[in-house]
Design a protein around this ligand. Structure first.
Ligand code: PEP
Length: 260
């Protein structure tokens, strides 16, 4: 079985002092990721250094940013480069989150450029895709996700694709308390795996971790993570509480111990 990646997206929460306090508490709950599980937390830019320092003693914990610019430098007020992110100690970056697509005009094209930049800088991109509710209701959700994937990975080699993580986050499930059913998540993840197989072959497709995101929490994570093609979670709200994040990590560890 593939190892799990349990990731948290803190969005615009948690200043540096709160970040340090979070890791102090978390360290008391989990000093090392369970076998077969990696952990990732993605705070806001100004808390990245604090997160990297405060989590250094937790085995299997990675830190990621929530966005980056695809250029290396220049007149881009308010933006931040891949190298600046690396300098903080972070090694992952979320790309194309639906909030960035909705509020900051992120497009499949910028997602593609940012993914290439992250890869060339040695950061692991967590590429987000997902459909709106109206698109699911119209029955075009597979088509929408396929378009986002194909455009997002355009020109990315098989060797590089293997170094990426993809998060399927149905927009209607993000921050709404409404979760995709385990069957809906598995169905879409199997579809995404098949699309990666068509693009890169089965060997690469089986290696790309596919995370589910959208109101995952300690009450529903066990069932979602038990699905064959769900290799982890990208968790917003529930990752802000050390104990619920720890519980989700624990479920992943138990599932891996049973089937791994
Ligand atoms: C997210 O921000 O990626 C997310 C899935 O949020 P939530 O878990 O709060 O729905």
């Amino acid at each position: 079985m593939r190892p799990f990646l349990i990731a948290g997206n803190w969005k615009m929460h948690m200043n540096a002092a709160e970040t340090r306090a979070y890791f102090e508490t978390f360290k008391g709950l989990v000093s090392a990721a369970p076998n077969g599980v990696s952990m990732l937390l993605c705070p806001t830019f100004t808390s990245l250094t604090a997160a990297a320092e405060a989590s250094a003693a937790i085995t299997g914990m990675h830190i990621g940013a929530q966005n980056l610019h695809f250029e290396d430098k220049g007149a881009f007020t308010g933006e931040i480069t891949a190298e600046m992110i690396k300098e903080t100690g972070a090694d992952h970056v979320i790309i194309g989150h639906s909030e960035r697509r909705q509020y900051y005009n992120e497009t499949d094209e910028t997602v593609n450029k940012k993914t290439k930049k992250a890869l060339s800088a040695g950061l692991t991109p967590v590429v987000c895709v997902g459909e709106f509710l109206e698109e699911r209701k119209k029955g075009i959700h597979f088509e929408v996700v396929k378009k986002q994937m194909v455009a997002g990975y355009e020109g990315i080699s098989a060797d590089d694709a293997k170094k990426t993580v993809l998060a399927y986050e149905p927009v209607w499930a993000i921050g709404t308390g409404e979760t995709a059913s385990p069957e809906q998540a598995q169905e879409m993840h199997a579809f995404i795996r098949a699309e990666f197989t068509a693009l890169y072959g089965a060997d690469v497709a089986t290696k790309i971790p596919l995370l589910y995101g959208g109101s995952m929490n300690a009450a529903n994570a066990d069932e979602l993570l038990s699905q064959e093609d769900v290799d982890g979670g990208l968790i917003g709200g529930a990752s802000l509480k050390p104990d619920s994040f720890q519980q989700i990590v624990g479920f992943a560890g138990e599932i891996f111990a049973k089937n791994g």
